[in-house]
Write a protein that binds this ligand. Structure first.
Ligand SMILES: Cc1cc2nc3c(=O)[nH]c(=O)nc-3n(C[C@H](O)[C@H](O)[C@H](O)COP(=O)(O)OP(=O)(O)OC[C@H]3O[C@@H](n4cnc5c(N)ncnc54)[C@H](O)[C@@H]3O)c2cc1C
Length: 535
């Protein structure tokens, strides 16, 4: 091909790509690779902060299949912060409980609803992943975004202040420049491959098959049921619209030509009550891995969601963790210096999220291994589960863990009561407001002046909070709002009423204090104010 023909063709490809831009950027800005739940969340976080972002997906259209179904409170909180949770909550089915059966009898029951402290979401929700993605997509488009389908990332090359990306369509490829690239391109991430980052871990021996559709069964529809048997595991979870997901492990080498037949056969073998698949089913089979990328960023290119970590579907954690990766990356990227200084914030994000991914992979691995135990180990597991259920230990420990509410980032620095750097700010109701409602995309300085004796100190707490907000806004690169929690009558719009002092007792705050919360609801700093107000 002659030089001039090549450049005409190249220009045509660029025009085609630019014609589909959500925010017109010829260079700079962020490229999000992959429009799954992780990519859509990053892109939404950026566009709502009016930052230039492009999101591409190599698929010609959204994927019609659903892998994830369970959304846990921490994932829902992340979705709420980017404005997409309300519709998801409306469309989803709340799951009231999880039941564990072995040898045909129930050995433990986990009650989800009402048992989770410090969150407004009192139960996990069941909603097919395609519906969650549809809500995210619509929300992104309402904010002015456009997803470029049929465009794939083919190559990456970094310089100190930019990334050159080869973008391909069916008509050819074009090189473009971006300040940042976020690889949300799933388990087989080409971004990760381009970076040469190792995906450390292993594949499970078992394959899993699932069918989504109608079922005839007496099993409670708004609960999850785990049947552990010597033949393998069978999981039944209700879906909105009266449907069910039936999920089974298959022995290695099983012929998969009739997946519905295999799922039905496993149901007969492993479920002590009738369970019959009826009518059309959406089925699929999956090889499952446990892997974490050795690094979550390399210079200006980040890996998030399944591109960075893959888990067993036990406990339904993958999509939730990806959405949380994305939400906590979004505000950092939005406030990152486009020059080399911005990379420090990304490095901190990568360390935090890798720490979380390792814990989630370890937890889901333990749960998967537990499903598969045989012989005396199986009997020991059943005994231990029974005891943990009877003593209430299971209900105290497992739901908050599955909901990821207790996961904290490694951090240094002392805190005030339970509010230490790196922990998630619990969402508590104060009067008619929730604490997390004060997080509107910015950082937040909370001033606590809750004891009645201290309402006289309100002006001092308020002034100290204002000063700290200015200091942290500069440090976090994000605006910082101020809200004061006290027991008197609210006299400013940001005031929160803790009339009985219940919230400050729950947080273990015994005197005036200031707490800095990042836009992703993580405590960045906490200090007592005793000296400042002379008590
Ligand atoms: C059976 C099963 C059940 C599960 N259940 C749950 C559950 O209940 N709860 C839960 O939280 N998680 C669950 N998961 C995990 C969940 O499905 C994943 O964690 C989630 O899909 C990850 O989202 P993602 O956006 O990171 O990646 P993906 O959803 O894989 O999206 C990646 C996107 O990138 C695009 N892409 C790839 N390469 C390129 C390229 N080069 N250029 C452009 N685009 C590209 C792809 O087309 C795709 O759209 C389950 C998984 C399985 C297998």
């Amino acid at each position: 091909m002659r030089q001039s023909e090549r450049s005409i063709r190249r220009n045509r490809v660029i025009e085609e790509l630019c014609g589909r831009l959500c925010v017109s950027i010829k260079s700079g800005g962020t490229l999000v690779v992959g429009a799954g739940p992780t990519g859509l969340t990053v892109a939404t976080e950026l566009i709502r902060r009016e930052r230039p972002v492009r999101i591409i997906d190599r698929g010609e259209r959204p994927h019609p299949h659903s892998r994830a179904i369970v959304l846990w409170p921490r994932g829902l909180e992340a979705l709420r912060r980017c404005g997409a949770a309300e519709e998801i909550v409306e469309r989803a089915l709340p799951l009231k409980a999880g039941n564990y059966y072995t040898g045909g009898r129930r050995v433990a029951r986990l009650v989800f609803s009402g048992g989770l402290a410090g969150t407004r979401y009192q139960a996990p929700l069941s909603l097919p992943q395609r519906d969650t993605e549809e809500v995210l997509r619509r929300h992104f488009e309402q904010l002015g975004g456009k997803i470029e389908y049929g465009v794939s990332m083919r190559s990456l090359r970094q310089e100190a202040e930019k990334v050159h990306v080869g973008l391909g369509t069916t008509s050819g490829t074009a090189d473009e420049e971006f300040s940042w690239v976020v690889g949300c391109d799933g388990a087989h991430s080409g971004t990760r491959e381009q970076l040469g980052v190792e995906f450390e871990g292993q594949a499970y021996q078992e394959t899993f098959a699932l069918s989504d559709g109608e079922c005839e069964t007496p099993l409670a529809h708004n609960e999850a049921h785990y049947f552990m048997s010597p033949h393998g595991v069978l999981v039944v979870v209700g879906l909105p619209g009266g449907l069910y997901r039936v999920f089974v492990s298959l022995r290695p080498g099983t012929d998969q030509s009739d997946l519905n037949g295999l799922v039905q056969e496993a149901a007969q073998q492993r479920c002590p009550v009738p369970l019959r698949l009826v009518g059309e089913q959406q089925s699929g089979s999956f090889q499952v891995n446990r892997r974490v990328a050795k690094r979550f960023h390399e210079g200006r290119v980040m890996l998030a969601g399944d591109a960075a970590h893959v888990h067993s579907p036990a406990g339904g954690q993958g999509m939730n963790t990806g959405i949380e990766d994305a939400q906590s990356l979004g505000w950092r990227l939005a406030s990152a210096d486009p020059g080399t200084a911005g990379v420090a914030g990304v490095r901190a994000w990568a360390a935090e999220r890798r720490h979380v991914a390792q814990q989630v992979v370890a937890d889901t691995d333990r749960q998967t291994q537990m499903w598969m135990l045989k012989g005396w180990r199986r009997r020991a597991r059943d005994g231990a589960l029974g005891i943990a259920a009877r003593t209430g230990l299971l209900n105290r420990v497992l739901p908050p863990r599955l909901a990821q509410l207790a996961l904290a980032y490694p951090s240094s620095g002392t805190g005030v009561g339970m509010l230490k750097p790196g922990v998630r700010l619990p969402d508590e109701k104060l009067g008619d407001k929730w604490l997390h409602d004060m997080l509107n995309g910015n950082a937040l300085v909370l001033g606590f002046a809750v004891d009645r004796r201290e309402t006289g100190n309100l002006p001092v707490v308020r002034a100290a909070a204002d000063a700290l907000a200015q200091q942290w806004a500069a440090q976090l690169g994000s605006e910082a709002d101020v809200a004061i929690v006290h027991s008197g009558a609210p006299d400013m719009p940001g005031d929160l009423l803790d009339e009985t002092g219940q919230v400050h007792r729950r947080f273990g705050i015994t005197g005036p204090a200031l707490v800095v919360v990042r836009p992703d609801a993580i405590v960045a700093h906490a200090e007592r104010l005793t000296d400042d107000i002379g008590r």
